[in-house]
Ligand binder design. Structure first.
Ligand SMILES: [Zn+2]
Length: 215
């Protein structure tokens, strides 16, 4: 942890929200986790953002409870179920999710997992345009078996005005270093650092997370 702290001024912890079909935390666990993060910060640790990853439902909803989710620093929306719906329906789902005022990040936008499943079929231009308009950043997921946003698609999204976030998708400390694969994607896509919300100062990220998108 000491090595990670030296290299990163902040971390975001974004377990699956209580509604997720994947292994997820209960509301009580989420609140306990937040209390733990706040205590670590008070003890002089790095900045710790408390986030959650919400599951985009078949109708583009998020199972969103404003009273509960309003307490998180950042919310990710991502597709985990009903992956094989038609292109138009998937596009509508993704648009509805990024346009939700509380959503800051579109997690693993194409949902590809190498060797397991291909990319979602949706109108990527419409999705990235909507994300750019709404101020939600598509994730460059750096897990080696995902890397689901190709540099070609990311380059296209740059042209559509998108911001990005590079995420390690780390499930343990050792995987934090996966971040470097995401950096390679941004380099190959010629994404300038100012388009990457977590490639700058803590203040810049805080500004992005706080600006007028409360539910
Ligand atoms: Zn996910």
């Amino acid at each position: 942890m000491a090595e990670a702290r030296r290299r990163y001024p902040y971390f975001a912890l974004t377990d699956h929200g209580p509604q997720s079909p994947a292994a997820s935390m209960t509301a009580e666990e989420a609140l306990a986790q937040r209390a733990e993060l706040r205590a670590l910060e008070r003890a002089g640790g790095p900045v710790l953002w408390h986030g959650a990853e919400l599951c985009i439902t078949p109708d583009g909803g998020l199972g969103f409870d404003a009273a509960f989710f309003g307490g998180f620093d950042l919310l990710i929306a991502a597709v985990h179920t009903r992956l094989a719906t038609g292109r138009d329906e998937m596009t509508r789902r993704l648009l509805a999710a990024v346009e939700h005022p509380a959503v800051k990040i579109l997690g693993h936008p194409t949902a590809r997992v190498i060797g397991r499943r291909g990319a979602l079929g949706f109108d990527t231009d419409a999705g990235f345009e909507a994300a750019a308009r709404a101020g939600a950043a598509p994730e460059i997921n750096a897990a080696p078996d995902r890397l689901d946003l190709s540099h070609e698609l990311a380059r296209r999204a740059v042209g559509l005005g998108a911001l990005f976030v590079i995420s390690s998708d780390a499930h343990d400390l050792g995987q934090l270093d996966n971040l470097r694969y995401g950096v390679v994607v941004t380099q190959r896509a010629w994404i300038p650092p100012e388009r990457v919300i977590n490639a700058g100062s803590t203040a810049r990220l805080r500004h992005f997370l706080c600006k007028g998108r409360s539910p």
